[in-house]
Design a protein around this ligand. Sequence first.
Ligand code: PDD
Length: 287
Amino acid sequence: MSRIAYVNGRFVPHAHAEVHVEDRGYQFADGVYEVVLVQNGVMVDEIPHLDRLDRSLKELRIDPPMGRGALRAQMRELVRLNRIRTGLVYMQVTRGVAKRDHPFPKDARPSLVMTAKRIAMPSNDVVENGVKVITIRDIRWERCDIKTVALLPNVLGKQQARENGAYEAWQVDGDGNVTEGTSTNAWIVTQDGELLTRQASNDILNGITRLSILKLADRQGLKFVERPFSVEEAKQAREAFISSATSFVTPVTQIDDSVIGNGKAGTLSTGLRDSYLAYAAGEGATA
Ligand code: PDD
């Protein structure tokens, strides 16, 4: 079946989904995006994702391309047209098309494009044995809380991870503390069994999956703290994992050359992964 994309009000074959060469997203990375998980044909945490999209747009003073109701209808139509059961919706809003000049254009209309694709659930190997992450310097700007399409440091970091046989790269700030992965949030479980993830600030993207996991951890009465943790602390952790709309909760069993725990997915990570998947199929799907 051929894929269908959404481009500024029209559903078009993916192969013909095009924007203008002077779209400011293309020339200046002047735009924002969201990635929403689709499980059983239904979007997960749709409302929090749309709230974050609104926030990103507001921070950059880009007008929303349409009202929320209309946007939700278009997202549903895209999922339906592509017959997605397990997959994701990618949505991107830019400041629009204008003659290239740095200041905001006076009369550009924001561009909205959306694509949808199927994804496979992570393999049993990944779920049981976890993945490796490397640590790299965080060379990004001071507004990592905005989900902008300006992702060059993230792209370079992820590529470095791949070239080192790793799944993800954890970015490290000037104080030696982990900020987050290049497309995921970072978590550890200390030897005392405390769940740790960095607090939301301008230093990280406040992941929607992160927020759902914190909600689940709270409900389960797990001990958790939101604070920065160092690379050393992470290497001595009992467990580690990453979270995102596309990786859910994925256990981390190696950080650089250090094996975490016994090299297998830890019980707390596995438990949270199961709870998150149950949440995604139930409560999270009704939002
Ligand atoms: N990335 N941190 C960064 C830098 C991210 O790019 C993402 C998401 C996350 C996790 O956020 P969420 O739980 O809302 O997916 C954290 C998406 C999936 C991407 O760029 O493909």
